[in-house]
Design a binder for this molecule. Structure first.
Ligand SMILES: Cc1ncc(COP(=O)(O)O)c(C=O)c1O
Length: 400
C-alpha cells in the first residue's frame, strides 16, 4: 500500500496521540535492519523503543512464536499455562525475586506493583499507601502510573491525579529521606531514567534508596521496564548496584516485540497478592510467555550479556570521541546498549534524528535534547561503527 494512503487513513481514523509521525511505514526487518514500504533499509538504533531485543526475524523467537501460534494463542488464567510457569521460573531463578505476575505492558506492571505495595501493608493491617518516585521519571500512561511519573507535562490535562504519590529530585538522597512519612509504602525508581533522557542513578543513590527502604520498613520497587531484559549489559539494571529490590517491573524487551509485562517480587511481598487481589485476561498468555521464554533463554546463553556489555563499551567510547570533537555535545551517558548523548539547546536533537533517518539510521530524542540509542541487543559492532561515522558526518555539517 502506498505510504501516502496509509498516512491519510491514519490521520482520518486514528486518534492523533502520536502527532505527526516520521513519514515511513516499515514492512519487515532482518537482524537490526528495517525495510520501509519503498524498500529503503535502515539500521535500527531504537528497536521499537527498547522492545525488539532480538531484532527482527530472529530465528529462535520467530520459530517459537509461529509454532505456538499453531497450537494455542490464548486460554484463560482459569487454567494452568505451561509457558507461563516456565517463564516465571526462569525469571525467579535469575533475579532476586521469588514470584512473578504477568501482564501486558510497562504501565500495567507498575500499576500492579503499586497495588502489590499497598496490599503488602494492608494485609498487615497497616495504612501505608504513599509511593515516592523521582522527578523526570516515567512510569507509564495509565492513571496511577501517570501519577507516579514525575513529569507534570504528562499529568496536567488529566487532573486530578490519584492520591498517594510524592516526587523528589533523582539522585538526591536527602530529599528522598525527607519525603518519607508514616504513610509511605514504597520508593519506586528507575536504575537509569530512560524517557527522562538516559540519566543514570549513581551507585551511592541506588544503594542509598535501598538503605532508606530497609531503615524505614518500605518496599523498594525498581522500574526495569526499559533497563530490564539485558538492556544495560546485565539481565536487570539493579544488578549494577549490588542491591536487592523487593519488586521489579518489566515489559518492553521481555517479549522481543510481543506485548508482555511482569512484576517480580521477593520475600514477603511475593505473597501479598491473594486469590482475587489482582488479575488480567491476557496477562501471561501462552503466546506472550512463549515469546518471553525464547527471549530470556537467548539472553541467558553464554556470552550474550557479555557481548551487550562489550558492544555498549565500544559504542559509548565512539560517542565520547564525538563529544571530544564537537563542542555542542554536552554529555554522553548510559550503560550497555542504553546510551544517550545530550546536545546543547542550540542544536535541536530532532533535526539530528531526521538527518540520521535520511541517511538510513533510526534513532530518537528523549528527555532534554538527548539523542537516545537503544538498538536491538543483537546489533553488530560494524553497524555501531556505521552509525558513529554517520553522526560524525552530520555533526561536521553543523560544526565544520
Ligand atoms: C521506565 C518505564 N516504565 C514504564 C513505561 C511504560 O511502559 P508501557 O509503554 O509499556 O506502558 C516506560 C515506557 O517508556 C518506561 O520507560
Amino acid at each position: 500500500m502506498m505510504l501516502q494512503y496509509i498516512i491519510e487513513m491514519d490521520k482520518t481514523y486514528h486518534m492523533s496521540t502520536f502527532g505527526s509521525r516520521i513519514p515511513a511505514a516499515f514492512t519487515h526487518g532482518e537482524g537490526s535492519i528495517l525495510y520501509d514500504s519503498n524498500g529503503k533499509a535502515y539500521i535500527d538504533f531504537l528497536a521499537g523503543i527498547a522492545v525488539n531485543s532480538l531484532g527482527y526475524n530472529h530465528p529462535r523467537l520467530t520459530e517459537a512464536i509461529v509454532s505456538q501460534a499453531g497450537k494455542l494463542l490464548h486460554c484463560s488464567n482459569l487454567f494452568y499455562i505451561e509457558a507461563q510457569a516456565k517463564l516465571a521460573k526462569l525469571l525467579v531463578e535469575n533475579s532476586c525475586g521469588s514470584k512473578v505476575f504477568f501482564c501486558n505492558s510497562g504501565a500495567e506492571a507498575n500499576e500492579g506493583a503499586i497495588k502489590l505495595a499497598r496490599k503488602y501493608f494492608s494485609s498487615k493491617g497497616m495504612y501505608k499507601y504513599e509511593i515516592i518516585t523521582a522527578y523526570n521519571s516515567f512510569h507509564g500512561r495509565t492513571l496511577a502510573a501517570l501519577a507516579a511519573t514525575g513529569q507534570k507535562k504528562y499529568q496536567e490535562p488529566f487532573q486530578p491525579m490519584p492520591e498517594g504519590f510524592r516526587h523528589v529530585p533523582y539522585n538526591d538522597l536527602t530529599a528522598l529521606e525527607q519525603a518519607v512519612t508514616e504513610n509511605t509504602a514504597a520508593i519506586m525508581v528507575e536504575p537509569i531514567q530512560g524517557e527522562g533522557g538516559i540519566i543514570e542513578g549513581t551507585m551511592e543513590y541506588m544503594q542509598g534508596v535501598e538503605e532508606i527502604c530497609r531503615d524505614n520498613g518500605l518496599l523498594m520497587i525498581v522500574d526495569e521496564v526499559q533497563t530490564g531484559t539485558g538492556r544495560t549489559g546485565k539481565l536487570f539494571g539493579y544488578e549494577h548496584f549490588g542491591i536487592q529490590p523487593d519488586i521489579i517491573t518489566l515489559a518492553k524487551g521481555l517479549g522481543g516485540g510481543i506485548p508482555i509485562g511482569a512484576i517480580i517480587a521477593a520475600g514477603e511481598a511475593a505473597n501479598a497478592f491473594e486469590p482475587g487481589s489482582h488479575g488480567s485476561t491476557f496477562g501471561g498468555n501462552p503466546l506472550a510467555c512463549t515469546a518471553g521464554l525464547a527471549v530470556m533463554e537467548t539472553i541467558l546463553e553464554d556470552g550474550f550479556l557479555e557481548s551487550v556489555e562489550q558492544k555498549g563499551k565500544l559504542f559509548k567510547e565512539g560517542l565520547i570521541n564525538l563529544k571530544n570533537d564537537f563542542g555542542f555535545i554536552k554529555d554522553v551517558r548510559g550503560k550497555g546498549l542504553m546510551l544517550g548523548m545530550e546536545l546543547d539547546e542550540s542544536i535541536p536533537g530532532k533535526a539530528i534524528v531526521n538527518k540520521a533517518f535520511e541517511k538510513g539510521f533510526i534513532i530518537n530524542c528523549a528527555g532534554h535534547n538527548t539523542l537516545r540509542f537503544v538498538p536491538p541487543l543483537i546489533i553488530k559492532e560494524d553497524e555501531i561503527k556505521q552509525l558513529l561515522d554517520a553522526l560524525r558526518e552530520i555533526f561536521a555539517e553543523i560544526q565544520p
